[in-house]
Design a protein around this ligand. Structure first.
Ligand SMILES: Nc1ncnc2c1ncn2[C@@H]1O[C@H](COP(=O)(O)OP(=O)(O)OP(=O)(O)O)[C@@H](O)[C@H]1O
Length: 239
């Protein structure tokens, strides 16, 4: 199996807060992997390091065999990393179509742009809402629009930060199906997720982060049965 991502000894501190501590993490191409951990564990910071929004203090990030540690975000995106953060990244006053066109405008033009928009509208079940202002969509539809914006240019690695936060059970189920479809098209998926039922639906492996460090790795069964993992969650249950 080809390694799409290989992170070695990654460290990052903000003042006294060590958000990444000697992180070693590898992902095989084609994986669907979930990153879990209590609040403040460093999950979003890890994504920002992968995307180049934070510069690490030390360590290395290899993507598809290339050292991308010093590349800027747009260079990483060009190489095939795409992300959907927790904070909405859509323009609420603009229509669904306009949001998609803005997301793809640097990569696609003319017919290929309109074909990709049509394909993403179909994939996200937003064809009927094409002219609707994004801010009027349901919460789930807004999340799907963002996923569509992140995958229109077919990244090889998709990072998702809590893709189902605030979703109904039906929306969560549909999101899982969408991610499986993306994965079947060859997109490797790494998702931060709190909902273990959703982790069960999508992931073939789980990594636990705690206080900026890798705490455990394994199958879903191994992680849910790990007493140390249960303790760190219980310890932060009131956060
Ligand atoms: N730019 C920053 N400056 C200072 N501290 C930061 C910065 N970014 C993150 N932190 C701190 O780093 C720690 C990890 O934050 P991060 O958001 O990565 O955790 P998380 O696991 O994604 O948490 P959550 O599940 O609550 O989203 C937190 O204590 C946070 O306050």
């Amino acid at each position: 199996m080809t390694r799409i991502l290989e992170v070695s000894k990654l460290n990052k501190s903000f003042g006294g807060v060590h958000v990444a501590r000697d992180i070693d993490f590898a992902l095989d191409a084609g994986a669907m992997h979930c990153l879990i951990g209590p609040n403040g564990a460093g999950k979003s910071s890890f994504f920002r390091l992968l995307l180049g929004e934070h510069a690490p203090d030390s360590g290395q990030i290899m993507f598809n065999g290339e050292d991308i540690t010093k590349l800027r975000s747009f260079q990483r995106i060009r190489r095939g990393i795409s992300v959907k953060f927790q904070v909405p990244g859509i323009f609420k006053a603009l229509s669904v179509r306009q949001n998609l066109e803005i997301a793809f405008q640097h990569h696609l033009h003319g017919t290929s742009l309109s074909q990709t928009v049509a394909h993403v509208l179909d994939f996200t079940s937003l064809t009927r809402e094409v002219s609707t202002a994004a801010g009027v969509l349901s919460h789930g539809q807004q999340q799907w629009l963002e996923i569509g914006m992140a995958v229109g240019v077919e990244p090889s690695l998709l990072l998702l930060d809590e893709p189902t936060a605030g979703m109904s059970p039906d929306e969560t189920q549909k999101t899982g199906e969408m991610l499986h479809e993306l994965n079947s098209r060859g997109i490797t998926i790494l998702a931060v997720e709190h909902d273990m039922a959703f982790v069960q639906q999508i992931a073939n492996g789980v990594t636990v982060l705690h206080m900026g460090a890798i705490f455990a790795k394994g199958s879903i069964a191994e992680i849910t049965e790990n007493s140390g993992v249960q303790e760190i969650y219980l310890g932060s249950a009131d956060e």
